[in-house]
Design a binder for this molecule. Structure first.
Ligand SMILES: *Cc1c(COP(=O)(O)O)cnc(C)c1O
Length: 347
């Protein structure tokens, strides 16, 4: 792997107290090309624009997928990755579904390690601070022939992140549009899945919601996920989340929260959730909490939702599970507590 270091770091120009998530990037990036059946030109270089042909297939057919993962700094200045192998395995799964070549595992981990070493100063200590890492792969071949490409680019860019704060979040349970369908690409972190969500989300925003709860594309009868987050519902003393499927993404935060809930003795059920069950629970006051889980937000409480023409507000309860589960997860991520499931890797 070729490494070209930045001459002068731009870190002094960054206001770490006012980071706008995903808009500031570190000094270095990784890139690698897939040409003639081989991954070549693996290199770390200063973060900078790249040059691609206007006929690159990614622009025309959306052949692209990505990952989102984080590195955390503990109070002894050591950096930790959280379940990175799961991200690696998921980008392979996404790549296979999108007819893209598998990126080699050794190179994935070698480039992560080197990037974290070079951009170490960008990973700030303190709860809430982290380095958001974005690996992605796209069809770079310059030909608009509508088939899978022969050339790809794999890259990793990194953005410093602080605690996610989005204010009060209310969501709309969607009845017309769908995020993903059976047999589709919903389980993959396909770039196009996001593009398809923007328009319905704008409509929901105009109705006063920040995000959408997607339901199954056949009858809009079952809850799926929020599109960047998986969802948990607390009804009475039970925590419920939908099983993953080909239209629900297998979130790493989701499965970690399920495990931590079990460790905490919380009664957790993984089973299909009917929209009606949530509406009824809201009406008879047994619906105590809704929260989302995802790498960027970790755990995000949702305080209200809308369905058809009705709006529901959740009660403000004492000691919510969302806060408990988030803090237990953070304790593992920041090397504050034991790591009983072997989720942390020193980077
Ligand atoms: C990335 C993603 C999530 C969250 O997954 P994590 O591994 O927890 O970050 C949930 N839903 C969709 C559609 C996603 O792309």
């Amino acid at each position: 792997m070729k490494v070209e270091k930045i001459k002068v770091s731009k870190i002094d120009q960054i206001d770490f107290d006012n980071l706008n998530f995903g808009s500031v990037f570190t000094d270095h990036m990784f890139s690698c090309d897939y040409i003639d059946g081989e991954w070549v030109n693996a290199q770390i270089s200063p973060y900078k624009p790249i040059s691609i042909s206007p006929s690159a297939r990614v622009f025309h057919y959306g052949q692209a997928c990505f990952e989102g993962m984080k590195a955390f700094k503990d109070n002894k200045n050591k950096n930790w990755l959280f379940r990175p192998l799961d991200n690696y395995e998921r980008i392979l799964k996404s790549s296979i579904r999108l007819a893209m070549p598998e990126f080699p595992k050794e190179l994935f981990f070698e480039s992560l390690k080197k990037l974290i070493e070079l951009d170490n100063a960008w990973i700030k200590p303190g709860l809430g601070n982290s380095l958001y890492i974005r690996p992605f792969i796209f069809a770079s071949e310059d030909s608009i022939n509508a088939t899978e490409a022969n050339q790809y680019k794999f890259m990793i860019i990194c953005a410093p992140a602080d605690s996610y704060y989005s204010g009060d979040v209310r969501v709309k349970i969607e009845k017309s549009f769908s995020r993903a369908a059976k047999g589709g690409v919903g389980y993959a972190k396909a770039a196009g899945n996001y593009a398809a969500q923007f328009y319905p989300t704008i409509l929901a925003r105009n109705e006063g919601y920040q995000q959408i709860i997607w339901t199954d594309s056949s009858n809009h009868e079952y809850i799926e996920e929020a599109g960047t987050m998986n969802l948990f519902f607390r009804i009475g003393d039970k925590l419920i989340t939908a099983p993953t499927s080909d239209s629900i993404l297998d979130g790493i935060t989701r499965k970690s929260i399920i495990q931590i809930a079990k460790d905490q003795g919380i009664n957790i059920e993984v089973r299909p959730i009917k929209v009606n069950e949530i509406i009824e629970a809201a009406k008879n006051n047994s619906l105590k909490e809704i929260f989302g889980s995802g790498t960027a937000v970790v755990v995000l409480p949702i305080i209200g939702f809308g369905y058809e023409n009705e709006k529901f507000e959740l009660p403000r309860i004492e000691s919510p599970w969302s806060i408990l589960l988030k803090s237990k997860l953070n304790d593992i991520q920041y090397n504050i507590s034991e790591d009983p499931h072997g989720w942390r890797t020193e980077a």
